[in-house]
Every structure is written in structure tokens, then in C-alpha cells.
Ligand binder design. Structure first.
Ligand code: ADP
Length: 495
């Protein structure tokens, strides 16, 4: 900003030459640019021509007097500060001038200092006016920027290819973009501001968003996603995150909706392909396996030790391949939804106990204790396919036997809770490092370390278990400590 003292243009209008020239001298030394006029008309002409900021104007002048000059300035150049020069006799008139909008007055005769004080005050006033104006412009520009930023963000959200929905901590919808409206089947005329439940038909999705909005998860948590099935076999993956406030409290939820239909179709085609290939391989492999077994049995004595070893390895490997094919076929059947389609009420504790009894032979071979601890209270029946339950616990307990050294202990505990039954399988085995835990339910994932190197497996057991548990609307979790042991816990809800 210019320094007003340096650049102020001042006009002195006075019919007395001494006063005019005296003022000009004093003010020029204050580094102002000074104009002088001997009467009102001349002064008004200069005002029209030059960018005058301050006018010093004598009240009593021949022709148009100071009050008239003041009125004309107030009409057309409101920004000019007018200081009236008055004689003793005209103090009342000066007061009248102030009422009409003069900024200040100075009485004749005045000393140079008096003039300087009055003019400096006016210059200071001008500076303040300039600063206020600059601040106003700055504020308006900030507001305009903010408005533009907001509309830009809104445009981006509106045009995102994914659906976006935002709720506050009470579950009120505060933002919905057009894609979310489409995926969720919301009436386009609906406004935001109401509870999430009034927009959604899917109760599970509503509970999911509500839980995140109300702070059930922290931002760092591994938050589950929700799969929404739309008409015409379209699938939408819903992923919500809490919105943290300044103190890390939950302010609401941001929910992203992505169409995963193409991925689902691809996944299905892949499973179908794997199932077909596995099916084609199963019969010839079983034949090879049986024939190998026969050859080994019939000619055992005639073969050299090397040949016997090689034949034995070949038989083991074909057995491994047959197990892999069996698991692949199981998995594709489960993923295609062909397992547990006709659930009936079953006594899950009885099935688990039978599995434990069946696997005791395997455990005894490794001199392990396999203990079954029944529930203290009666377990209510659950709706399931008994084969699925057998498969779940068959896999988990077999793993516990496999991944626990000889003479270890495995405890299978059934506990009836208020809304579900919980079954845990705890072993004193090799355990796993934390980094493996989220991945062991992925297909073909196996922990490879010194302890597990020689243990055969397909890496498909736990993915099968997980799919079966999810088909029962249950949950599976795992805790493990390297060198100490592992606990798998499955919960299945009552109907
Ligand atoms: P696998 O056929 O290899 O046993 P799974 O899917 O059943 O395949 O298990 C995946 C991996 O999880 C295993 O390879 C093993 O490393 C680990 N695992 C499973 N259960 C246990 C357990 N009780 N103790 C230690 N590691 C386990």
C-alpha cells in the first residue's frame, strides 16, 4: 500500500493569499502534493481534475462560500476529507459545517504546528480508511475463494464414478452423490438430512453404516466391507470409514460404493474353469495313484531301495495332488453357493465332539492330547448343514494336530453364549508371526518356516473354512504367538 503521507494530494482554497501560500509551504514540507485555489469555483475545478484526498477550505469567501463548496464535494466526491478554515467569528458556522460532513476545522489565525496536527490527523484517517478497504477486499476475495473451493469439491464428488455417502455421528445423511443415489435405489427427489434408515431398504447395510457413524471403529482399524446385491445380478462393494474429529472422536462416516460386478463375473468364470480342470484331472490321477499303490505292493521285494523310495514319493505326490483337487472342487462348490443350501437344525456340539473322537487316532500318532470340553450350559440347535460343520472343524483340528509338535496339547471348547455358540480350538503348537494372520485365509497362502517346511498341505483348508463359516453368517478369528500356540475361534449365531 502507498504511504498516504508521501502521496497525499491536498487542495487549499482560501481567498487570502498569505494563508494559501503559508499552507502550501508548510504542507509541501510534509511531502504532500499541494494545490491552491483563490475561490470556490477554482477549487471545484481542481477537484474535478486532480485526485485530491484532503481539502482545506476557508468558510468565508467571496462568490460561493466554504459551506457551498463543502456541499458540492459531499455530493460528488464523498471520499475527500474536508477541513474548514474558520475565523473566530465563524465558529458556529464551523460547527454547522461539521454537521454537514466536514471532517475537521482549524481556526484562524493558526500556527504551522496547529495546521500540521490537523492535516496529519486527516492523513491518518485516510490511511485507516485505505486499510479497512483493503481488508474488506481481502475478506471478500477469501470468501469468493472459499465458495469456489466448495463448489469445486462438490463438482468432483458429484462426478465421481463411485458412489459417496456421508453421515454424521447420529446417522443422519449429510451428503449423497448421484451414483450413490442410483446404487442405493433412492428417490432422486429425496433431500439429505434424514436418518440413514429412511433411505435404505437393506437392513444389514443400514446397521453397517450406523455402526461406523457412531464410532464402532477407529480410523486405523481393519474395517470390514459390505457386499450389496442389486437387481439383475449387479454387485456393489460398500466400504465405510469413520471421520475423525480434532480430538480423534468420531464425527460420522464416509461410505464409498464401487460396482464390482465385472470382478465377480471374472471370479466366477475363474472358479468354473478351475472346477472343470480339477474335475478332468481327478479320475486319471486317482487311477495313477491306485496303480502305483498296486505296483509298490506287488513288487516290493523285487525293487532296489532307490526304486522303492521313488515309487513311494510318486505315490505321496499323487496323493497330495488328489487332496488339492478335492479342496479346489470343495471351494468352487462353496463359492458357487452349492453348499449348505438346505440347512436343518443341528446340534453343533455333538458334531464337534464326533469330529474330535474321529481325529483322536491322528493325534495319538503324535502322542498329542486332544481334549474336548463341552459347554457348561445347554447349546441350542443352529441351522446348518452337518457336513459343513464337520468340514469346518475337521480342517481346523487337523491343522492343530499338523502344526503342533509331538506330545503337544489341543483343547476344543464349546461355549453357549446369549446369541451364538462359540467353538475354540487351542493348541500348544508352532504358532505364527502376527504378519501372517490376516493372510492365512487367502487361497494357497502357507506359512513357510523351519517348523512347517516339511508339513504338506494345499493352503486351501482355511479359505474353505472361512467360506463355510460365512455361509452360516458366523465369524472366525485367530490369535497366535510364535513358539507358544494358536487359537481359532468360530462363532455361529442362533437362528
Ligand atoms: P494347509 O493345507 O497348508 O494346512 P490351510 O489353509 O489349512 O492350509 O492353512 C494355511 C496356513 O496357516 C498353513 O499352511 C499354516 O502355515 C497356517 N496354520 C493353520 N493352522 C495353524 C495352526 N493351528 N498353527 C500354526 N499354523 C497354522
Amino acid at each position: 500500500m502507498n504511504d498516504p503521507v508521501q502521496s497525499t494530494q491536498i487542495l487549499v482554497i482560501d481567498d487570502e493569499r498569505d494563508i494559501r501560500e503559508g499552507c502550501e509551504r508548510i504542507l509541501s514540507r510534509m511531502e504532500c502534493k499541494v494545490f491552491i485555489a483563490a475561490n470556490g469555483m477554482e477549487g471545484l475545478e481542481i477537484i474535478n481534475r486532480e485526485p485530491i484526498s484532503i481539502v482545506l477550505c476557508d468558510i468565508k469567501m467571496p462568490g460561493i462560500d466554504g459551506i457551498e463548496v463543502l456541499s458540492r464535494i459531499r455530493e460528488s466526491k464523498k471520499e475527500i476529507l474536508v477541513i474548514m478554515i474558520t475565523g473566530f467569528a465563524t465558529v458556529e458556522t464551523a460547527i454547522e459545517a461539521m454537521k454537514r460532513g466536514a471532517y475537521d476545522f482549524v481556526s484562524k489565525p493558526f500556527t504551522p504546528d496547529q495546521l500540521r496536527i490537523v492535516v496529519k490527523r486527516a492523513i491518518e484517517k485516510l490511511r485507516l480508511i485505505q486499510e479497512t478497504e483493503a481488508l474488506r477486499i481481502e475478506r471478500e476475495r477469501n470468501l469468493a475463494d472459499l465458495g469456489m473451493e466448495q463448489s469445486r469439491i462438490r463438482t468432483i464428488i458429484e462426478t465421481l464414478p463411485n458412489g459417496v455417502l456421508v453421515t454424521n455421528m447420529t446417522g443422519q445423511v449429510v451428503l449423497l452423490n448421484p451414483v450413490a443415489i442410483k446404487y442405493l435405489g433412492i428417490d432422486v427427489s429425496r433431500k439429505t438430512g434424514e436418518q440413514i434408515g429412511t433411505y435404505l431398504q437393506d437392513k444389514g447395510l443400514c446397521d453397517y453404516i450406523m455402526a461406523i457413524s457412531q464410532g464402532a471403529y477407529r480410523i486405523t482399524d481393519d474395517i470390514p466391507s459390505y457386499e450389496l446385491v442389486l437387481p439383475e445380478e449387479r454387485y456393489v462393494l460398500v466400504q465405510g470409514r469413520p471421520v475423525p474429529g480434532a480430538g480423534n472422536e468420531c464425527l460420522g462416516a464416509v461410505v464409498n460404493l464401487a460396482d464390482i460386478t465385472a470382478m465377480k463375473v471374472f471370479d466366477r468364470l475363474k472358479s468354473e474353469f478351475v472346477a472343470k480342470v480339477s474335475h478332468e484331472l481327478r479320475s486319471p490321477l486317482s487311477t495313477i495313484h491306485e496303480q502305483l499303490a498296486m505296483v509298490i505292493q506287488e513288487n516290493a521285494i523285487g525293487y532296489s531301495e532307490d526304486s522303492q523310495y521313488m515309487l513311494g514319493r510318486a505315490k505321496e505326490k499323487t496323493q497330495g495332488l488328489i487332496a488339492l483337487i478335492g479342496d479346489l472342487l470343495d471351494l468352487s462348490r462353496i463359492e458357487a453357493g452349492n453348499v449348505g443350501q438346505n440347512p436343518v437344525p443341528v446340534q453343533v456340539d455333538d458334531i464337534v465332539e464326533r469330529v474330535v473322537e474321529f481325529l483322536k487316532v491322528q493325534a495319538q500318532r503324535k502322542e498329542q492330547q486332544l481334549v474336548y470340553k463341552p459347554s457348561a450350559v445347554l447349546v441350542a440347535p443352529i441351522l446348518a448343514d452337518a457336513m459343513a460343520i464337520e468340514s469346518i472343524f475337521g480342517n481346523i483340528i487337523t491343522n492343530a494336530i499338523k502344526y503342533t509338535p509331538d506330545k503337544g496339547k489341543i483343547i476344543v471348547t464349546v461355549e453357549a453364549l446369549a446369541r451364538c455358540v462359540s467353538i475354540s480350538v487351542e493348541d500348544t503348537g508352532f504358532g505364527m508371526e502376527k504378519k501372517h494372520l490376516p493372510r492365512i485365509f487367502e487361497k494357497f497362502y502357507r506359512v513357510k518356516d523351519e517348523n512347517t517346511r516339511f508339513i504338506t498341505g494345499t493352503g486351501l483348508g482355511l479359505p474353505i473354512v472361512k467360506s463355510l463359516v460365512e455361509a452360516l453368517n458366523g465369524t472366525i478369528s485367530v490369535e497366535s504367538e510364535l513358539g507358544k500356540g494358536t487359537i481359532f475361534t468360530v462363532t455361529v449365531p442362533y437362528p
